[in-house]
Design a protein around this ligand. Structure first.
Ligand code: F3S
Length: 400
């Protein structure tokens, strides 16, 4: 791999052991992918997880004197203001150390998995290093920025050095669509786009271009599609001609080439996908969990409207960013939700067993396949349905 004089100095330790460690990892990744060089990044997002390996790796870089050349935003861990009194002292201490370590490395402690909505928004064509599967696919597809699907570690190394290996999604030739996905199903809500995202196996490997979708698609629906594509498969990028940033039409999407594969998605496919992922439940439910990825203000407003006729009988936990929570507080929405049985929890991920483990074995419901997928690893079984159904069941305390 060809390095500039400055990059060679970083690797050789002229700028400190921490930067050298980060550089060694990036050069190693670059060699694995035959990257000819390292290119500068302008932004980074690190999928901090607040778990043991995360603290070990970030702590090792910090102890070696690393600091971020490009201050990254970070994913949620867990809010000590909310969970502090209910979790073990060890878990409290862990989160404090994670916070301190990343702060000292120079990260921006945004604790949100939707940085592209306000905290860290790349432009079309900008080269960045984003981890967090929902964020990577959103900035690549919807915004047209260029990032590989970084891990927390590789995104942090890119933030520390200011460089990333040039391969994969950074290269024009890899960004053309290869699979034409003709959507014959009717999509009405952002949840329908989430279920479309569950079709990853049928779509198969490659870059899908979704055809037959409306020209007006909400941001929330685009978030849901990208998020769930990475639950049912592994996708860096998708295109929707006339909607996503890089492609106006089929010609742009496929670069004048024929699709390698054509796939048709019908209403029946979507019904089957949901039923397979989450078979129809029955009986009582004890809670509802929303906000994976973190809810936007308009999703919070929708929950308040759905609850307006009747408060919830069971707790509704809604994960969101501190920024959105603050806005909801300012306009009275947070109090309205609280009065109706819904609590806003900032800075927190569903994938934190120390916070959510107490829900294991208790029936609940969510509108996020990704949330259900992760919580199952902690023994928490969630039925997955659209937001209106989740709220209706919460209002009745049972599936009805
Ligand atoms: Fe966000 Fe955690 Fe879900 S990072 S997308 S709440 S798994």
């Amino acid at each position: 791999m060809e390095l500039t004089a400055y990059q060679q100095e970083l690797l050789d330790g002229v700028w400190g052991k921490g930067k050298s460690m980060a550089m060694q990892i990036l050069v190693g990744i670059g060699k694995c992918f035959d990257a000819p060089r390292l290119v500068p990044i302008t932004r980074a997002h690190v999928s901090l997880s607040a778990q043991e390996a995360d603290l070990w790796f970030s702590g090792k870089l910090l102890a070696a004197g690393a600091s971020c050349a490009v201050p990254p935003t970070v994913n949620p861990g867990y809010s000590l203001d909310y969970f502090g009194g209910q979790i073990s002292e060890a878990a409290v201490e862990n989160m404090r150390q994670v916070d301190q370590t990343y702060r000292q490395l120079g990260a921006r402690m945004t604790y949100s998995c939707t940085p592209y909505l306000g905290d860290n928004v790349p432009d079309c064509g900008e080269i960045v290093a984003f981890s967090e599967t929902n964020a990577t696919i959103f900035v690549n597809s919807v915004l047209g920025a260029r990032t590989n699907r970084e891990s927390a570690a590789s995104a942090l190394c890119a933030a520390v050095t200011g460089f990333t290996p040039e391969y994969g999604m950074l290269l024009e030739e890899n960004r053309f669509a290869t699979v034409a996905v003709e959507v014959q199903a009717t999509l009405r809500s952002d949840f329908d786009y989430a279920v479309l995202g569950l079709m990853g196996k049928k779509i198969g490997k490659g870059v899908p271009a979704f055809l037959g979708l409306p020209r007006e698609i909400s941001t929330e629906a685009l978030i849901a599609l990208g998020t769930q594509l990475n639950v049912s498969g592994s996708f860096d990028l998708f295109h929707i001609p006339g909607v996503t940033a890089e492609v106006r039409d089929m010609q742009d999407a496929f670069g004048g080439r024929d699709p390698q594969r054509r796939v048709v998605i019908t209403d029946e496919d979507l019904e089957k996908a949901l039923e397979t992922f989450s078979p129809s439940p029955s009986g009582p439910i004890e809670y509802c969990i929303l906000g994976c990825p973190h809810y936007t203000l308009s999703q919070l407003e929708e929950v308040a409207e759905l609850l307006a006729q009747k408060a919830s009988q069971v707790p509704i936990y809604i994960l969101t960013s501190s920024t959105v929570k603050a806005r909801a507080r300012e306009c009275g929405l947070e109090q309205r939700l609280l009065d109706l049985g819904a609590q806003l929890i900032p800075d927190t991920c569903v994938d934190e067993a120390c916070c959510w483990g107490y829900l294991a074995g208790r029936p609940g419901v969510t509108d996020s396949p990704k949330g259900a997928y992760y919580m199952e690893t902690s023994g928490i079984q969630l039925a997955v349905r659209d937001r209106a159904t989740c709220i209706r069941w919460a209002q009745n305390g049972s599936v009805c």
